[in-house]
Design a protein around this ligand. Structure first.
Ligand SMILES: Nc1ncnc2c1ncn2[C@@H]1O[C@H](COP(=O)(O)OP(=O)(O)OP(=O)(O)O)[C@@H](O)[C@H]1O
Length: 266
């Protein structure tokens, strides 16, 4: 387990896109090491903007975000690079190089530890090559080592994405709708992989999801967004499914409430 790592402090954060759209409005959120936070909300409520602000794929307009006490919103150069390394991202569309092997895709998660020229020449250490195998074993895909990413199923590609994220040795995993489009069985595998990292390695997980059912099964805390604001924030023990009926029905949409009910957590 990583010591005292994986804490996220979001203070008074707002984000206005260049075209004037408000992405986030005065967000305050304190996430502690080892939490499994699911961000829920209707389409356009700001879930992706929030995740992308945390590792600064997006700059924020106001406020600050601290990862283990280090201000990522202000950091530049080497400092930014190091803070970013500790927050790995998993994407909805997997973001793999489809024509490259599983090995190469997973190793690409390690390039932040190498000077650009060494990474370009593929001069990776023996230890890091072993690390690829270890991480592929963790997601049960070691047998796909030489296979091209395009020849894997969606769920397998997402698990390659998880192995790639692990190569960063992150303390935080940010996952932007990692299971949308996957069938219930595959969803369960991917969610269980993330749960294992959370429970066994103490990694903080922050995950965007459309399905309240999944949030109820896997999270330790649920945060609800609406129009860029936090309108809900409770530890799982205090969550009542009826809370979401109000939030979603208010917007005339209850299609997210039961999705994920056919996925059993182990
Ligand atoms: N690049 C952008 N430029 C302008 N506005 C944007 C941009 N990206 C997102 N937005 C707007 O910011 C708001 C929040 O969008 P965001 O993608 O964070 O929502 P979301 O909750 O993740 O939605 P979804 O569930 O559909 O992915 C929306 O109004 C959206 O239209």
């Amino acid at each position: 387990m990583t010591e005292n790592k994986g804490n996220i402090e979001i203070k008074n954060v707002s984000k206005v896109y260049p075209n004037g759209t408000i992405g986030l409005k005065d967000i305050n959120l304190d996430i502690k090491q080892g939490e499994f936070v699911m961000i829920v909300g209707l389409s356009g409520s700001g879930k992706s903007t929030l995740l992308r602000a945390i590792n600064r794929l997006h700059d924020v307009t106001e406020g600050e975000i601290l990862i283990d006490g280090q201000n990522i919103t202000k950091a530049t150069g080497d400092k930014l690079h190091k803070i970013r390394r500790s927050t790995a991202m998993i994407f909805q569309n997997y973001n793999l190089v489809k024509t490259s092997s599983v090995y190469r895709n997973v190793m690409s998660g390690r390039v932040g530890y190498y000077p650009a020229w060494k990474a370009a020449l593929g001069l990776f250490t023996k230890e890091d090559q072993e690390m690829v195998k270890t991480n592929l074993s963790r997601v049960n895909l070691l047998d796909k080592y030489y296979v091209k990413a395009r020849d894997l199923s969606g769920g397998q590609q997402q698990r390659v994405g998880i192995a790639r994220a692990l190569m960063q040795e992150p303390s935080v995993i940010l996952a932007d709708e990692p299971v949308s489009g996957l069938d219930p069985k595959t969803t369960k595998q991917v969610m269980n992989d993330l749960k294992k990292l959370n429970e066994e390695d103490g990694m903080t997980i922050v995950l965007n999801v459309h399905s309240i059912g999944l949030a109820l099964k896997y999270s330790s805390r649920i945060v609800g967004l609406k129009d860029g604001r936090i309108i809900y924030d409770k530890p799982i023990e205090e969550v009542d499914k009826r809370d979401f009926k109000e939030i979603y029905r208010e917007a005339g949409d209850d299609s997210h409430l039961d999705a994920g009910d056919d996925v059993e957590a182990d």
